[in-house]
Write a protein that binds this ligand. Structure first.
Ligand SMILES: *Cc1c(COP(=O)(O)O)cnc(C)c1O
Length: 374
C-alpha cells in the first residue's frame, strides 16, 4: 500500500466494544488482573509500561516508517535519550557537527555519566570523511538529514553501507523530512527518530517522540526497558493527538513543500539575501542526494540575511503573517533567529533565520517576506 493509505488507516481499527471509527482515548493508569493467576486480563498492566492508545500509535509509527516495531515517547529528546541509554557503557558514538542543539547538549552533559563517548563529524554528502573514523570501534552513527539548522543532506544509504561494514548501527533523525518524504529504514538505517511534536503532530499542540526499529531486536527491547524505568512515556491523550496528526500527514506535507519551494526561490533571488539553505534549490550542495532519498524537499529552510545579527533580527521583527517562534511543522508559518533560541551553546551564524513554512497561501507568505525585507 502507498504511504498515504497507511497513514490514514494504521492503528485505526474500529473500537471492538462500541464500533467507534475513531480510536478511544484510554486515560486509565491501571488495568484489571485475572483473579485466577494475577496476570493482566488484556495484556495491559500499568500506564508507564504500555497503554492501549499508545499501542495504536506505535502500530501506526512502525507502519509509516517501514519498521518492524516502534516506541512512542513523551518528547523527541526522551526518544533520543532512551537510545543512548540503551547502548552498552563504553560505546563510542559519532554525531553530526550540524544537528539539533539538544542532542549536542545531551552528549556534552550526559554522555560522560552514561559511560559513552562521542566524536562530532561534518556529515555532508556521502560522508566519505567518516571512512577513517568508522574503522575504529564505533557502536552507532547518528545522522540528521536534512539537518538543523543548516539543512545539510547526508546520503543515508551510503552511510549505512559504510557503518554496517564496520559493525556500527545507523540512527537517523528524520524530523525535518517526516516519514511522508523520507523513510531512513528503507534506505538502510537501523533506527529512526521523529520529534512527533513537529510534522506528525502537525498543529503545534502536542509534544512527543518516536523511535522506529528495522528489527524488533535486542536494542528495541533495551530501549523499551529504558522508557519503562526512566519513564519518558507519552501520555494517552498526547498519543491520540499524534495518531490523529498522522492521518493528514501526507497531504499537509505536499502543501508545506509546495509553499517552501516558492519561498526558497523568492528568497534566493532577493538582493538582501546572502544565502538560502533549502535542499530543493538546484544550487544546494545536497540537492542531488536529496532528490534521490526524499520524495520532496520539505517545509524547512534557513536564510542568511546580508549583514549580521541586527539585520536578521530586523527582518524577523517586521513579519506579520510569520510568527517569531521556535519549533516547526505546524499549520502556521514561523520565523526564528536561531542563534537567539539556541543560546550560549549555539554555533549557528548570527545572520541566520530559520523558517518553518506553514499551510497558508504561498503568495501571502511571499508578500509578507517581501515587505519585511524592504
Ligand atoms: C525538535 C527536534 C528534536 C527534539 O524533539 P522534542 O520533541 O522537542 O523533544 C530532535 N530533533 C530535531 C531535528 C528536532 O527538530
Amino acid at each position: 500500500m502507498h504511504f498515504e493509505t497507511k497513514a490514514v488507516h494504521a492503528g485505526g481499527e474500529s473500537d471492538e466494544t462500541t464500533g467507534a471509527i475513531v480510536p478511544p482515548i484510554h486515560l486509565s493508569t491501571t488495568f484489571e488482573r485475572n483473579p485466577a493467576d494475577g496476570q493482566p486480563l488484556h495484556g495491559f498492566s500499568y500506564v508507564r509500561d504500555h497503554n492501549p492508545t499508545q499501542a495504536r500509535l506505535e502500530e501506526a509509527l512502525a507502519e509509516i516508517e517501514s519498521a518492524e516495531a516502534a516506541l512512542a515517547f513523551g518528547s523527541g529528546m526522551a526518544a533520543a535519550s532512551a537510545i543512548f541509554q540503551a547502548l552498552p557503557p563504553g560505546s563510542h558514538v559519532i554525531l553530526p557537527e550540524d544537528g539539533y542543539y539538544g542532542v549536542r547538549i545531551l552528549a556534552n552533559d550526559y554522555f560522560p555519566r552514561w559511560g559513552l563517548s562521542c566524536t562530532f563529524v561534518d556529515m555532508d554528502g556521502d560522508a566519505r570523511s567518516l571512512l577513517a573514523i568508522v574503522k575504529k570501534n564505533i557502536a552507532a552513527i547518528w545522522c540528521e538529514s536534512p539537518s538543523n539548522p543548516l539543512l545539510k543532506i547526508v546520503d543515508i544509504a551510503a552511510l549505512a553501507a559504510m557503518a554496517h561494514e564496520a559493525g556500527a548501527i545507523v540512527i537517523a533523525d528524520g524530523t525535518f523530512a517526516s516519514p511522508a518524504l523520507q523513510r531512513p529504514i528503507e534506505l538502510g538505517a537501523d533506527i529512526t527518530l521523529q520529534s512527533t511534536t513537529k510534522y506528525l503532530g502537525g498543529h503545534s499542540d502536542v509534544q512527543g517522540g518516536s523511535r522506529a526499529f528495522r528489527r524488533r531486536d535486542d536494542l528495541y527491547a533495551r530501549a523499551e526497558h529504558v522508557r519503562e524505568i526512566i519513564g519518558g512515556v507519552g501520555s494517552p491523550f498526547n498519543s491520540w493527538l499524534v495518531l490523529r496528526g498522522i492521518r493528514t500527514l501526507a497531504p499537509r506535507m505536499r502543501v508545506h513543500c509546495e509553499n517552501a519551494r516558492a519561498i526558497a526561490e523568492f528568497l534566493a533571488g532577493h538582493p538582501r539575501v546572502e544565502r538560502v539553505h533549502y535542499p530543493g534549490l538546484a544550487s544546494h550542495p545536497g540537492h542531488a542526494i536529496a532528490r534521490r532519498q526524499m520524495s520532496d524537499f520539505g517545509g524547512m529552510m534557513s536564510v542568511q540575511i546580508k549583514g549580521g545579527r541586527q539585520e536578521a533580527l530586523a527582518v524577523a521583527a517586521k513579519t506579520r503573517v510569520f510568527t517569531r517562534a521556535t519549533s516547526l511543522g505546524g499549520t502556521e508559518s514561523l520565523i526564528e533567529h536561531r542563534a537567539s533560541s539556541e543560546g550560549a551553546a549555539s554555533r549557528t551564524p548570527q545572520n541566520l533565520l530559520r523558517i518553518s513554512v506553514g499551510l497558508e497561501h504561498k503568495q501571502d507568505l511571499i508578500d509578507d517576506l517581501a515587505q519585511a525585507l524592504k
